[in-house]
Design a protein around this ligand. Sequence first.
Ligand SMILES: Cc1cc2nc3c(=O)[nH]c(=O)nc-3n(C[C@H](O)[C@H](O)[C@H](O)COP(=O)(O)OP(=O)(O)OC[C@H]3O[C@@H](n4cnc5c(N)ncnc54)[C@H](O)[C@@H]3O)c2cc1C
Length: 183
Amino acid sequence: MAKVVIVGDGPGGLSAALFLAKNGHDVTVYGQDKTAMHYAHVYNYLGLPEIAGTEFQRIAREQVTGFGARIVEDEVTSVGVDNGITVTTEGGMDHADYLILTEGKNPVLAASLGLVDTEGAGVPVDSAYRSKLDRVYVVGRSVRPTRSQAIISAGAGAVAAVDILAREEGKDVQDWDTPPKEP
Ligand SMILES: Cc1cc2nc3c(=O)[nH]c(=O)nc-3n(C[C@H](O)[C@H](O)[C@H](O)COP(=O)(O)OP(=O)(O)OC[C@H]3O[C@@H](n4cnc5c(N)ncnc54)[C@H](O)[C@@H]3O)c2cc1C
């Protein structure tokens, strides 16, 4: 079981948390429920004809904690990678095997790790949302600040999570489920 810390509790962070917690990993999400989703009324999320952003977040947070992830309502004040991955909040320090940064439009922590090449241009990542630092991922609006949609952030969180699942398994992983059998 890997310990994964996710900074940010918008659609990107919560989607990553869902996939990882559902597959048995130890997941902590840091965030204070201040996502831009609270300003949104969403008609463009496939499968959800219409939903208030706040209701979307309420369901997502319940879904994630239902699979065993922790949501800690602290702001992360710094992150480090020199002696393993560390995350500092006002409440203390946390350690992780993997870090997923999903800070939204202002990726201050990613910048502090040297991951921002050009201010305002988005954090460069590969197709699995790996940053240039080993075991550090960046997803969501931080990667595409001027082309940000909830479904894209959620998809990016899922991509990063499945990449971590595959790294831990040592082979490709499909998180597929089938309908319950009729009694
Ligand atoms: C007015 C408005 C309307 C919108 N309407 C739509 C719409 O109709 N459809 C649509 O698809 N999208 C819409 N959006 C965009 C949508 O809200 C974003 O695409 C989405 O929220 C991005 O998700 P994210 O997870 O990447 O980042 P965010 O949702 O921004 O989440 C980042 C989270 O990280 C937290 N955070 C940052 N730093 C720290 C830290 N150091 N410690 C702890 N937590 C931290 C933030 O507080 C925030 O909660 C709208 C946005 C706005 C502003």
